[in-house]
Design a protein around this ligand. Structure first.
Ligand code: ADP
Length: 267
């Protein structure tokens, strides 16, 4: 425990003493350390594509006008560097929003929301993934934030597939105690090593870094923040059929109370 001490001397009617106040600043210090680590990683992750962009801008300039093909190749590298920076900035903004934006909860039709998210994610794909959607209830949540969670989980299920395989996703919901719903998004993809399972919800933790799956490592950290803010929890286990199964809990929609019956009707 880290304590900061403040206080003042007291001199009252000849009685001398002091008021000493201890503040527990552990959490504040941890937040500061988190922020420093966070800023360090962000700066590093933004600097990499920026270095590539700088170098290839120069190479393109040097290559013109005699080597247009070389210039074009460099410009393509500049373009992908820009895309990577934009993705990181988008995720950073979503990360901050997930923490700070006011929650606007209301009744959400989970079935409609999932159908929307899946259509948006797979609509343009040439090979349609195999998506099974179970019966989904209404829940009590901030619709934009819940959409973000589902979009991240479905996006990952489509991304972390075994090479050459058609993605397979199974989305279902079950009651999880009174007033709670557990939503599950299972895939048949590459799975997550046991040692990484506890860490994939931390910002920037990437279980498959160095492989050809691009990413920022922020998506699941955003999901955890959003689920946390709804009072729920999020976890990942192996999918018994191979792949991963993400599940999170979210409040069930407040049950509709039938309107009170006017007793006079029965008199
Ligand atoms: P990223 O931007 O890297 O995808 P996420 O925060 O969404 O970041 O996920 C963190 C890490 O968890 C990923 O880098 C990946 O290693 C792993 N991961 C997430 N979803 C899946 C999945 N459905 N199957 C396998 N691995 C996954």
């Amino acid at each position: 425990v880290l304590l900061s001490v403040s206080g003042r001397p007291l001199d009252h009617d000849g009685q001398r003493g002091a008021i000493v106040v201890f503040h527990d600043i552990t959490e504040a210090r941890e937040r500061e350390a988190d922020l420093a680590a966070f800023a360090g990683i962000v700066a590093h992750d933004l600097k990499n594509p920026l270095t590539v962009i700088g170098a290839h801008t120069e190479m393109a300039r040097d290559a013109l006008p005699d080597e247009p093909e070389q210039a074009l190749e460099s410009l393509e590298r500049v373009g992908s560097g820009v895309v990577r920076m934009r993705r990181l900035i988008d995720d950073l903004l979503a990360y901050v929003t997930a923490r700070d934006a006011a929650l606007k909860p209301g009744e959400v039709d989970l079935a409609g929301l999932v159908a929307d998210v899946v259509a948006e994610r797979v609509g343009h794909l040439r090979v349609q993934p195999d998506v099974y959607i179970g019966a989904l209830p209404h829940v009590e949540a901030d619709p934009a934030m819940l959409r973000h969670v589902l979009d991240n989980l479905v996006g990952n299920a489509l991304k972390y597939v075994r090479p050459g395989r058609v993605p397979k996703i199974d989305i279902s919901a079950h009651t999880a105690g009174p007033g709670w719903v557990r939503v599950e998004v299972a895939d048949r993809g590459i799975g997550i090593p046991d040692a990484d399972k506890a860490h994939v919800f931390e910002s920037f933790h990437r279980a498959h870094a160095g492989q050809s799956y691009g990413g920022t490592g922020l998506g699941l950290a955003i999901c955890r923040r959003i689920v946390d803010r709804h009072g729920g929890t999020i976890a990942v286990t192996d999918n018994p059929g191979g792949g991963s199964r993400f599940s999170f809990t979210i409040p069930a929609a407040v049950p509709v109370v039938p309107a009170a019956v006017d007793a006079h009707e029965y008199v």
